[in-house]
Design a protein around this ligand. Structure first.
Ligand SMILES: C[S@@+](CC[C@H](N)C(=O)[O-])C[C@H]1O[C@@H](n2cnc3c(N)ncnc32)[C@H](O)[C@@H]1O
Length: 276
C-alpha cells in the first residue's frame, strides 16, 4: 500500500494482476461428451477411408465402404450442434444484443430481473452487466450442461465483476420459488425447448407470467427450426420449434403484445418479447 497524503492507494501485486487477466469464465457445453464421441467416431471413419484409399489391397474397397459413411455421419453430427448452439449465447457475442433489447424494451438499469434456466450464468451475467444498479437472480435445476452448478455460475460472476448484484440458486421453472408480481423482467436463454411437451411449456410460461409484475416483460431467445436447421442438424432439429410456435404459446398463456425479432448466428434464432 502506498500512502499519498490523506489518500491510500492499493497497488495490485504483479501476480494478482496476472492471475485476474488469465482467468476466463467457463460457461460449459451442453451434451459435449456425446458429441465429442460422435466426432471421434467420424475421425476414425476418415482414417479408415484414407487407409482404403492408400493401401493397395483387395480390402481397400471394404475400408472405403465403411470409412466414408462413418466419417460423413460422425463429422456431420459432431460438428453441427455444438458451435451453432453454444456460440449463440456466449456473452462476448450477446452482450450487445441484450443491451439493444434493454434499450428498445425500456428495461431500466436499476431493475430486479429473473433469469430462468440460467445454467452457468451466461445470459444472467450479460444482464447483470447492463443492470448496473439492479439485481439479477438466476434459477436452474442444474442439469444438462457440463460443469452446470451454482458454484460455477458464481465463479463466472466473480470473474466478470458482477458478483455484487447477482444471485444463483436451485429453482424449477415449473414451480418458480418466488411470490406473484416479484420481478420487473424475466429472461430465458434457450431454455423453454428443454421442457417436455406443450403441457410443461405452458405451465412454465404461466409461472413466468405469475412472478412478473403487471405490465412488465418476458424476454426469451430460441433457435428456430426451419429448412436450414433441418439440413444442419437432421433429427436434432426437432428439439427446436418453428417461429410461430412460441408466439402462439405465449398468447395462449395470457401474454400480450408478443413481438418476434429474428436474427442469425450460424442458424436462425428469434428473440421473443411478451408483456404481462
Ligand atoms: C441450453 S441450457 C441454457 C443455459 C443458459 N441459459 C445459458 O444461456 O447458458 C438450458 C438450461 O435450462 C435448464 N433447465 C432445463 N429444465 C429446467 C427447469 N425445469 N427448470 C429450471 N431450469 C431448467 C438446464 O439445466 C440448463 O441449464
Amino acid at each position: 500500500m502506498i500512502v499519498l497524503g490523506k489518500k491510500a492507494v492499493l497497488k495490485p501485486q504483479k501476480g494478482e494482476a496476472l492471475k485476474k487477466r488469465s482467468q476466463k469464465p467457463n460457461y460449459g457445453y451442453v451434451a459435449l461428451k456425446p458429441f465429442l464421441r460422435v466426432t471421434i467416431v467420424g475421425v476414425m471413419g476418415l482414417l479408415l477411408a484414407l487407409a482404403g484409399f492408400l493401401i493397395d489391397s483387395p480390402l481397400s474397397w471394404i475400408l472405403l465402404l465403411i470409412g466414408i459413411p462413418v466419417a460423413f455421419v460422425g463429422l456431420y453430427f459432431g460438428s453441427s450442434y455444438i458451435p451453432m448452439h453454444y456460440l449463440l449465447l456466449r456473452p462476448r457475442y450477446t452482450s450487445n444484443m441484450w443491451k439493444q433489447v434493454a434499450e428498445k424494451e425500456g428495461v431500466k438499469y436499476e431493475e430486479h430481473l429473473l433469469d430462468v434456466g440460467c445454467g452457468t450464468g451466461s445470459v444472467a451475467i450479460s444482464w447483470a452487466k447492463i443492470l448496473d444498479k439492479g439485481k439479477v437472480v438466476g434459477i436452474d435445476i442444474y442439469g444438462g450442461m457440463s460443469g452446470n452448478s451454482p458454484d460455477q455460475a458464481y465463479k463466472n460472476a466473480e470473474i466478470e465483476s458482477v458478483i455484487d448484484r447477482i444471485e444463483f440458486k436451485y429453482g424449477n421453472i415449473l414451480e418458480i420459488p418466488y411470490p406473484d408480481n416479484t420481478f420487473n423482467t424475466v429472461t430465458a436463454g434457450s431454455v423453454l425447448h428443454e421442457l417436455h411437451g406443450d403441457e410443461d411449456k405452458i405451465k412454465a410460461l404461466k409461472e413466468i407470467r405469475r412472478v412478473l409484475k403487471p405490465g412488465r416483460k418476458f424476454i426469451t431467445i430460441e433457435l428456430l427450426r426451419d429448412t436450414k436447421m433441418l439440413f444442419a442438424m437432421l433429427f436434432f432439429a426437432f428439439v427446436w420449434k418453428p417461429k410461430q410456435y412460441w408466439a402462439n404459446l405465449l398468447e395462449k398463456t395470457g401474454f400480450k403484445n408478443v413481438k418476434i425479432e429474428e436474427g442469425k448466428r450460424y442458424i436462425n434464432y428469434a428473440i421473443y418479447v411478451a408483456q404481462k
